[in-house]
Design a protein around this ligand. Structure first.
Ligand SMILES: Cc1cc2nc3c(=O)[nH]c(=O)nc-3n(C[C@H](O)[C@H](O)[C@H](O)COP(=O)(O)OP(=O)(O)OC[C@H]3O[C@@H](n4cnc5c(N)ncnc54)[C@H](O)[C@@H]3O)c2cc1C
Length: 303
Protein backbone atom coordinates (compact mmCIF):
# COMPACT_ATOMS: atom_id res chain seq x y z
CA UNK A 1 0.00 0.00 0.00
CA UNK A 2 1.43 3.37 -1.06
CA UNK A 3 0.99 6.39 1.19
CA UNK A 4 -0.61 9.27 -0.72
CA UNK A 5 -0.19 12.85 0.36
CA UNK A 6 -1.62 16.16 -0.80
CA UNK A 7 1.90 17.56 -0.72
CA UNK A 8 5.44 16.31 -0.32
CA UNK A 9 7.67 19.01 1.15
CA UNK A 10 11.38 18.32 0.74
CA UNK A 11 13.44 20.24 3.29
CA UNK A 12 12.43 21.43 6.75
CA UNK A 13 14.40 24.65 7.00
CA UNK A 14 12.51 27.93 7.47
CA UNK A 15 10.92 27.61 4.00
CA UNK A 16 9.67 24.03 4.34
CA UNK A 17 8.48 24.45 7.93
CA UNK A 18 6.55 27.58 7.01
CA UNK A 19 4.83 25.87 4.06
CA UNK A 20 3.97 22.86 6.24
CA UNK A 21 2.41 25.19 8.82
CA UNK A 22 0.10 26.78 6.25
CA UNK A 23 -0.86 23.44 4.70
CA UNK A 24 -1.36 21.82 8.13
CA UNK A 25 -3.74 24.62 9.02
CA UNK A 26 -5.62 23.79 5.78
CA UNK A 27 -5.83 20.17 7.07
CA UNK A 28 -3.84 18.93 4.08
CA UNK A 29 -2.03 15.58 4.27
CA UNK A 30 1.62 16.59 4.15
CA UNK A 31 4.87 14.65 4.33
CA UNK A 32 7.74 16.90 5.39
CA UNK A 33 11.10 15.19 4.82
CA UNK A 34 14.42 16.57 5.98
CA UNK A 35 17.94 15.23 5.72
CA UNK A 36 19.16 17.43 8.59
CA UNK A 37 21.79 19.74 7.10
CA UNK A 38 20.33 23.24 7.01
CA UNK A 39 22.46 25.96 5.54
CA UNK A 40 23.20 28.13 8.58
CA UNK A 41 24.05 25.30 10.99
CA UNK A 42 27.50 26.81 11.69
CA UNK A 43 26.00 30.14 12.70
CA UNK A 44 25.34 30.98 16.36
CA UNK A 45 22.64 33.61 15.90
CA UNK A 46 20.15 34.65 13.26
CA UNK A 47 20.10 38.37 12.59
CA UNK A 48 17.62 40.45 10.64
CA UNK A 49 14.64 38.26 11.51
CA UNK A 50 11.80 40.28 12.95
CA UNK A 51 10.78 39.05 16.41
CA UNK A 52 13.61 36.51 16.65
CA UNK A 53 16.76 38.66 16.61
CA UNK A 54 19.72 36.62 17.87
CA UNK A 55 17.83 33.32 18.05
CA UNK A 56 20.09 30.33 17.25
CA UNK A 57 19.30 28.52 13.97
CA UNK A 58 18.68 25.20 15.75
CA UNK A 59 16.36 26.89 18.27
CA UNK A 60 14.30 28.48 15.49
CA UNK A 61 13.91 25.13 13.71
CA UNK A 62 12.98 23.40 16.98
CA UNK A 63 10.28 26.04 17.64
CA UNK A 64 8.96 25.56 14.09
CA UNK A 65 8.92 21.76 14.41
CA UNK A 66 7.15 21.99 17.79
CA UNK A 67 4.48 24.29 16.34
CA UNK A 68 3.73 21.69 13.66
CA UNK A 69 3.00 18.97 16.23
CA UNK A 70 -0.57 20.14 16.73
CA UNK A 71 -1.42 19.47 13.07
CA UNK A 72 -2.22 15.77 12.88
CA UNK A 73 -2.21 15.72 9.07
CA UNK A 74 1.46 16.78 8.89
CA UNK A 75 4.06 14.00 9.19
CA UNK A 76 7.58 15.32 9.83
CA UNK A 77 10.30 12.78 9.21
CA UNK A 78 14.08 12.58 9.05
CA UNK A 79 14.80 11.19 5.57
CA UNK A 80 16.48 12.20 2.35
CA UNK A 81 14.23 12.21 -0.70
CA UNK A 82 16.23 10.57 -3.47
CA UNK A 83 13.87 10.55 -6.45
CA UNK A 84 10.65 12.26 -7.52
CA UNK A 85 8.92 11.37 -10.78
CA UNK A 86 5.68 12.53 -12.40
CA UNK A 87 3.00 9.86 -12.13
CA UNK A 88 -0.78 9.83 -12.76
CA UNK A 89 -1.11 13.60 -12.70
CA UNK A 90 0.89 13.77 -9.46
CA UNK A 91 4.28 12.48 -8.31
CA UNK A 92 5.90 9.28 -7.00
CA UNK A 93 8.86 9.63 -4.69
CA UNK A 94 11.39 7.49 -2.90
CA UNK A 95 13.43 8.24 0.20
CA UNK A 96 16.64 6.75 1.53
CA UNK A 97 15.86 3.44 3.17
CA UNK A 98 13.49 2.68 0.27
CA UNK A 99 10.44 4.37 1.77
CA UNK A 100 8.21 5.61 -1.02
CA UNK A 101 4.89 7.29 -1.61
CA UNK A 102 2.95 9.58 -3.87
CA UNK A 103 1.90 13.20 -3.62
CA UNK A 104 -0.37 15.47 -5.63
CA UNK A 105 2.04 18.42 -5.36
CA UNK A 106 5.73 18.79 -4.53
CA UNK A 107 7.51 21.66 -2.78
CA UNK A 108 11.28 21.75 -2.99
CA UNK A 109 12.68 23.72 -0.04
CA UNK A 110 16.07 22.07 -0.23
CA UNK A 111 18.34 25.11 0.16
CA UNK A 112 21.87 25.86 -0.98
CA UNK A 113 25.41 24.89 0.02
CA UNK A 114 28.04 27.60 0.49
CA UNK A 115 31.40 27.17 -1.17
CA UNK A 116 33.49 27.98 1.90
CA UNK A 117 37.05 28.96 0.89
CA UNK A 118 39.62 26.26 1.41
CA UNK A 119 41.79 28.18 3.89
CA UNK A 120 43.71 26.68 6.80
CA UNK A 121 42.05 27.65 10.10
CA UNK A 122 38.69 28.68 8.63
CA UNK A 123 36.72 25.79 10.19
CA UNK A 124 36.84 27.17 13.73
CA UNK A 125 35.99 30.71 12.59
CA UNK A 126 33.22 30.26 10.02
CA UNK A 127 29.89 31.52 11.33
CA UNK A 128 31.59 33.37 14.21
CA UNK A 129 34.05 35.89 12.76
CA UNK A 130 34.24 34.67 9.15
CA UNK A 131 31.02 35.12 7.20
CA UNK A 132 29.64 35.36 3.68
CA UNK A 133 26.63 37.65 4.20
CA UNK A 134 27.01 41.28 5.31
CA UNK A 135 23.24 41.62 5.78
CA UNK A 136 23.36 38.72 8.27
CA UNK A 137 26.56 39.56 10.16
CA UNK A 138 27.96 42.93 9.02
CA UNK A 139 26.44 44.96 11.83
CA UNK A 140 28.09 42.82 14.54
CA UNK A 141 31.50 43.74 13.08
CA UNK A 142 30.85 47.47 12.75
CA UNK A 143 34.03 49.57 12.86
CA UNK A 144 36.23 46.49 13.21
CA UNK A 145 39.28 45.48 11.15
CA UNK A 146 37.61 43.72 8.22
CA UNK A 147 39.12 41.59 5.47
CA UNK A 148 37.23 40.64 2.33
CA UNK A 149 38.22 37.42 0.55
CA UNK A 150 37.19 37.11 -3.08
CA UNK A 151 38.61 36.88 -6.58
CA UNK A 152 39.16 39.91 -8.81
CA UNK A 153 36.42 42.49 -9.28
CA UNK A 154 33.84 40.36 -7.45
CA UNK A 155 35.93 40.51 -4.29
CA UNK A 156 36.58 44.20 -4.90
CA UNK A 157 32.82 44.83 -5.14
CA UNK A 158 32.24 43.23 -1.74
CA UNK A 159 35.18 45.20 -0.26
CA UNK A 160 33.57 48.47 -1.42
CA UNK A 161 30.26 47.37 0.07
CA UNK A 162 31.87 46.54 3.42
CA UNK A 163 32.91 50.19 3.88
CA UNK A 164 29.28 50.66 4.89
CA UNK A 165 30.18 48.83 8.13
CA UNK A 166 33.81 49.84 8.66
CA UNK A 167 36.42 52.22 7.27
CA UNK A 168 39.10 49.57 8.00
CA UNK A 169 38.66 47.22 5.03
CA UNK A 170 41.29 45.27 3.07
CA UNK A 171 40.82 43.00 0.05
CA UNK A 172 42.53 39.58 -0.19
CA UNK A 173 42.16 38.01 -3.63
CA UNK A 174 44.16 34.87 -2.84
CA UNK A 175 45.92 35.35 -6.16
CA UNK A 176 42.67 34.63 -8.03
CA UNK A 177 41.07 36.74 -10.76
CA UNK A 178 41.92 40.23 -11.95
CA UNK A 179 41.07 43.47 -10.25
CA UNK A 180 40.60 45.88 -13.15
CA UNK A 181 42.29 49.28 -13.28
CA UNK A 182 38.98 51.06 -12.74
CA UNK A 183 38.21 48.94 -9.67
CA UNK A 184 41.75 49.38 -8.30
CA UNK A 185 41.18 53.13 -8.52
CA UNK A 186 37.87 52.86 -6.63
CA UNK A 187 39.48 50.71 -3.92
CA UNK A 188 42.26 53.22 -3.47
CA UNK A 189 39.79 56.14 -3.25
CA UNK A 190 38.17 54.31 -0.31
CA UNK A 191 41.49 53.46 1.35
CA UNK A 192 41.09 49.72 0.73
CA UNK A 193 44.48 48.03 0.52
CA UNK A 194 44.82 45.09 -1.87
CA UNK A 195 46.61 41.89 -0.76
CA UNK A 196 46.99 39.75 -3.90
CA UNK A 197 49.04 36.90 -2.37
CA UNK A 198 47.57 33.52 -1.49
CA UNK A 199 46.63 33.10 2.18
CA UNK A 200 48.63 30.55 4.20
CA UNK A 201 46.43 30.54 7.30
CA UNK A 202 43.72 32.30 9.29
CA UNK A 203 44.80 32.56 12.92
CA UNK A 204 42.20 32.93 15.62
CA UNK A 205 41.25 32.17 19.16
CA UNK A 206 37.90 30.94 20.50
CA UNK A 207 36.19 31.55 17.16
CA UNK A 208 37.62 35.08 16.82
CA UNK A 209 39.84 35.89 13.85
CA UNK A 210 43.08 37.57 14.93
CA UNK A 211 45.45 37.51 12.00
CA UNK A 212 45.73 36.58 8.32
CA UNK A 213 49.06 35.06 7.40
CA UNK A 214 50.00 35.10 3.71
CA UNK A 215 52.16 32.60 1.85
CA UNK A 216 54.76 35.35 1.22
CA UNK A 217 55.34 35.58 5.00
CA UNK A 218 53.40 38.81 5.45
CA UNK A 219 50.72 38.96 8.20
CA UNK A 220 47.91 41.42 8.89
CA UNK A 221 45.78 41.85 12.02
CA UNK A 222 42.03 41.42 11.33
CA UNK A 223 38.98 40.71 13.49
CA UNK A 224 36.51 39.63 10.81
CA UNK A 225 36.46 38.30 7.29
CA UNK A 226 33.67 38.28 4.70
CA UNK A 227 34.05 36.10 1.63
CA UNK A 228 32.38 35.87 -1.73
CA UNK A 229 33.05 32.49 -3.26
CA UNK A 230 29.56 31.43 -4.28
CA UNK A 231 27.10 28.65 -3.49
CA UNK A 232 25.26 25.88 -5.31
CA UNK A 233 22.05 23.85 -5.03
CA UNK A 234 22.06 21.31 -2.20
CA UNK A 235 19.80 18.91 -4.07
CA UNK A 236 19.57 17.87 -7.70
CA UNK A 237 15.83 17.05 -7.44
CA UNK A 238 14.85 20.21 -9.36
CA UNK A 239 17.22 19.13 -12.13
CA UNK A 240 15.82 15.56 -12.15
CA UNK A 241 12.32 17.01 -12.47
CA UNK A 242 13.39 19.31 -15.33
CA UNK A 243 12.73 22.65 -13.58
CA UNK A 244 14.18 25.61 -15.49
CA UNK A 245 17.09 27.33 -13.79
CA UNK A 246 18.43 30.83 -14.33
CA UNK A 247 22.02 31.85 -15.14
CA UNK A 248 22.92 31.85 -11.41
CA UNK A 249 21.60 28.28 -11.00
CA UNK A 250 18.47 29.38 -9.14
CA UNK A 251 15.20 27.59 -9.92
CA UNK A 252 12.91 29.95 -11.84
CA UNK A 253 9.51 30.46 -10.21
CA UNK A 254 6.26 32.26 -10.81
CA UNK A 255 6.57 35.29 -8.50
CA UNK A 256 3.01 34.90 -7.21
CA UNK A 257 2.69 31.14 -6.73
CA UNK A 258 6.32 29.95 -6.40
CA UNK A 259 5.44 27.26 -9.00
CA UNK A 260 8.32 26.19 -11.26
CA UNK A 261 8.29 25.51 -15.01
CA UNK A 262 7.11 21.97 -14.13
CA UNK A 263 3.38 22.11 -13.23
CA UNK A 264 2.75 20.89 -9.69
CA UNK A 265 6.35 21.48 -8.53
CA UNK A 266 6.92 24.53 -6.33
CA UNK A 267 10.06 25.90 -4.71
CA UNK A 268 10.59 28.12 -1.68
CA UNK A 269 13.55 29.56 0.16
CA UNK A 270 17.14 29.70 -1.05
CA UNK A 271 16.50 27.28 -3.96
CA UNK A 272 15.31 30.18 -6.12
CA UNK A 273 18.40 32.21 -5.16
CA UNK A 274 16.35 35.33 -4.62
CA UNK A 275 17.15 37.22 -1.38
CA UNK A 276 18.89 34.60 0.77
CA UNK A 277 17.51 35.35 4.23
CA UNK A 278 15.49 33.35 6.75
CA UNK A 279 12.61 35.87 6.67
CA UNK A 280 12.35 35.58 2.88
CA UNK A 281 12.56 31.77 2.99
CA UNK A 282 9.71 31.61 5.51
CA UNK A 283 7.64 34.09 3.48
CA UNK A 284 8.17 32.12 0.26
CA UNK A 285 7.21 28.91 2.10
CA UNK A 286 3.95 30.54 3.21
CA UNK A 287 3.26 31.78 -0.34
CA UNK A 288 3.90 28.32 -1.77
CA UNK A 289 1.65 26.75 0.89
CA UNK A 290 -1.22 29.04 -0.06
CA UNK A 291 -0.65 28.44 -3.79
CA UNK A 292 -0.54 24.64 -3.35
CA UNK A 293 -3.77 24.69 -1.35
CA UNK A 294 -5.39 26.89 -3.98
CA UNK A 295 -4.28 24.55 -6.80
CA UNK A 296 -5.70 21.54 -4.91
CA UNK A 297 -9.01 23.33 -4.32
CA UNK A 298 -9.17 24.09 -8.04
CA UNK A 299 -8.47 20.48 -9.00
CA UNK A 300 -11.22 19.36 -6.64
CA UNK A 301 -13.73 21.80 -8.15
CA UNK A 302 -13.87 23.84 -4.94
CA UNK A 303 -12.83 27.19 -6.35
C1 LIG B 1 26.73 30.80 8.11
C2 LIG B 1 25.37 31.36 7.70
C3 LIG B 1 24.78 32.35 8.47
C4 LIG B 1 23.55 32.88 8.09
N1 LIG B 1 23.00 33.85 8.86
C5 LIG B 1 21.79 34.35 8.56
C6 LIG B 1 21.21 35.38 9.35
O1 LIG B 1 21.81 35.84 10.34
N2 LIG B 1 19.99 35.86 8.99
C7 LIG B 1 19.31 35.38 7.89
O2 LIG B 1 18.20 35.83 7.64
N3 LIG B 1 19.86 34.41 7.12
C8 LIG B 1 21.06 33.88 7.42
N4 LIG B 1 21.63 32.92 6.62
C9 LIG B 1 20.88 32.45 5.44
C10 LIG B 1 19.86 31.38 5.87
O3 LIG B 1 20.53 30.32 6.51
C11 LIG B 1 19.09 30.85 4.66
O4 LIG B 1 18.54 31.93 3.92
C12 LIG B 1 17.95 29.95 5.13
O5 LIG B 1 18.45 28.87 5.90
C13 LIG B 1 17.18 29.41 3.92
O6 LIG B 1 16.20 28.52 4.36
P1 LIG B 1 15.75 27.30 3.44
O7 LIG B 1 14.61 26.68 4.17
O8 LIG B 1 15.56 27.75 2.06
O9 LIG B 1 17.02 26.31 3.39
P2 LIG B 1 17.81 25.54 4.54
O10 LIG B 1 17.69 26.24 5.84
O11 LIG B 1 19.18 25.29 4.02
O12 LIG B 1 17.03 24.16 4.67
C14 LIG B 1 17.04 23.24 3.61
C15 LIG B 1 16.80 21.86 4.20
O13 LIG B 1 16.55 20.94 3.12
C16 LIG B 1 17.13 19.70 3.45
N5 LIG B 1 17.30 18.92 2.23
C17 LIG B 1 18.05 19.22 1.13
N6 LIG B 1 17.93 18.24 0.20
C18 LIG B 1 17.09 17.30 0.74
C19 LIG B 1 16.58 16.05 0.26
N7 LIG B 1 16.88 15.56 -0.95
N8 LIG B 1 15.75 15.35 1.08
C20 LIG B 1 15.41 15.83 2.31
N9 LIG B 1 15.87 17.01 2.79
C21 LIG B 1 16.69 17.74 2.02
C22 LIG B 1 18.45 20.08 4.12
O14 LIG B 1 18.93 19.03 4.93
C23 LIG B 1 18.03 21.31 4.94
O15 LIG B 1 17.67 20.96 6.26
C24 LIG B 1 22.87 32.39 6.94
C25 LIG B 1 23.48 31.40 6.16
C26 LIG B 1 24.71 30.89 6.52
C27 LIG B 1 25.36 29.84 5.67
Amino acid sequence: MIDTYDALIVGAGPAGLSAALILGRCRRRVLLCDSGSHRNSTSRAIHGLLGHEGCSPSELLAIGAKELEKYATVAHTHAEVSTIMPSNGGFRFTCTGNASGSARKVLLATGLVDEVPNLAGIGALYGRSVHHCPYCDGFEHSDQLIAVYGAGDKGAGLALMMTQWSSEVILCTGGEGTVTKAMTQRLSERGIKLFPDPIAELEGDGGRLKRIRFQNGEAVERTAMFFTTGCHQKSNLSKLLGCTRDEKGGVVTDPVTEETSVPGVYVAGDVSRDVLLVAVAAAEGAKAGVAINHALLKEDGLC
